[in-house]
Design a protein around this ligand. Structure first.
Ligand code: SF4
Length: 277
């Protein structure tokens, strides 16, 4: 199919203002299949992939967009899920305009490819139509505790579970999702979208405990925490790391505030070996 050289992105369909003024439903409605393919055709499949450099989790962007061009939406989802555990969330609330889309070559003489909109489309398509079940990899025998099921916890849990780690997620509140559920309003990120992502993860990570006081350091080789717990853990937990910066670089302060050097060292080693990301 010929490339689409329109300098403008396909606009995001939205609720009519007079309608949305009377509800709290999501404002953006998402691309349909035809619009997604048309937007995908704006991608030039650049060999040096500058967009991937701008993505914190290094999604294979040109590859998943090429699958959309061919109408292979499930294949596009599988490509994204190799690098992201929350594509429907990231397709909605990631700041693409300062990350992947800011590096897109189509942005030089026009608007960048709508990478976030395409990611959202693919994730929504999968959640609506796909019958594929996530496959739980064989256990590698290592146990990891995740304290808090916010975006960093869910991402860490998903990535480690895909690599065969035996992950347990602890959540003190009644709903998994952390700031995704308690900090982002419904019209921007519907709770049902977060719940669906958690459900998908839950099929790989069957254990969800409700109280972080149940966590025993000696049971786990590594303990990952989000920003909130990081500030509260006391020194009896020797091996915790903080990965909150994955989703919000402002939260790096949480990692820097980590009082236990051993935890930092372990984190840096894992990061270097690309075990976590
Ligand atoms: S930089 Fe833009 S045009 Fe090039 S591969 Fe990435 S998304 Fe496509």
């Amino acid at each position: 199919m010929a490339a689409n050289m329109n300098p403008k992105k396909n606009p995001m369909p939205t609720q009519d203002p007079l309608v949305r003024a009377r509800n709290i439903d999501e404002v953006a409605l998402g691309y349909d299949e035809q619009t997604a393919v048309d937007e995908a055709l704006r991608c030039l499949n650049c060999k040096n992939m500058p967009c991937v450099d701008g993505c914190p989790v290094k999604i294979h962007i040109p590859e998943f967009i090429s699958a959309i061009k061919e109408g292979e939406f499930e294949k596009a989802y599988q490509i994204i899920s190799k690098s992201s555990s929350l594509p429907a969330v990231c397709g909605r609330v990631c700041p693409q305009e300062t990350q992947c889309e800011s590096k897109c070559v189509r942005g030089i003489k026009g608007e960048s490819v709508g990478i976030g909109r395409l990611e959202r489309f693919v994730a929504d398509w999968h959640n609506t139509f796909s019958k594929e079940e996530p496959v739980k990899p064989e256990s590698n025998g290592h146990k990891v505790a995740i304290v808090g099921s916010g975006p960093s916890g869910l991402t860490c849990a998903g990535d480690l579970a895909k690599k065969g780690y035996d992950v347990t997620v602890y959540e003190a509140l009644h709903t998994a999702g952390g700031v995704l559920v308690y900090g982002i309003p419904e019209f921007r990120l519907p709770k049902s979208i977060v719940a669906k992502e958690v459900e998908t993860l839950n099929s790989m990570i069957p254990i969800w405990k409700k109280n972080k006081s149940e966590v025993k350091d000696e049971d786990y080789e590594i303990m990952q925490t989000g920003i909130d717990v990081c500030k509260k853990l006391n020194e009896k937990y020797k091996n915790y790391i903080n990965l909150s910066f994955i989703f919000d670089k402002n939260m790096i302060t949480g990692y820097k505030a980590s009082p236990i050097d051993e935890g930092k060292e372990k984190f840096l080693q894992l990061f270097k070996e690309r075990i976590v990301l």
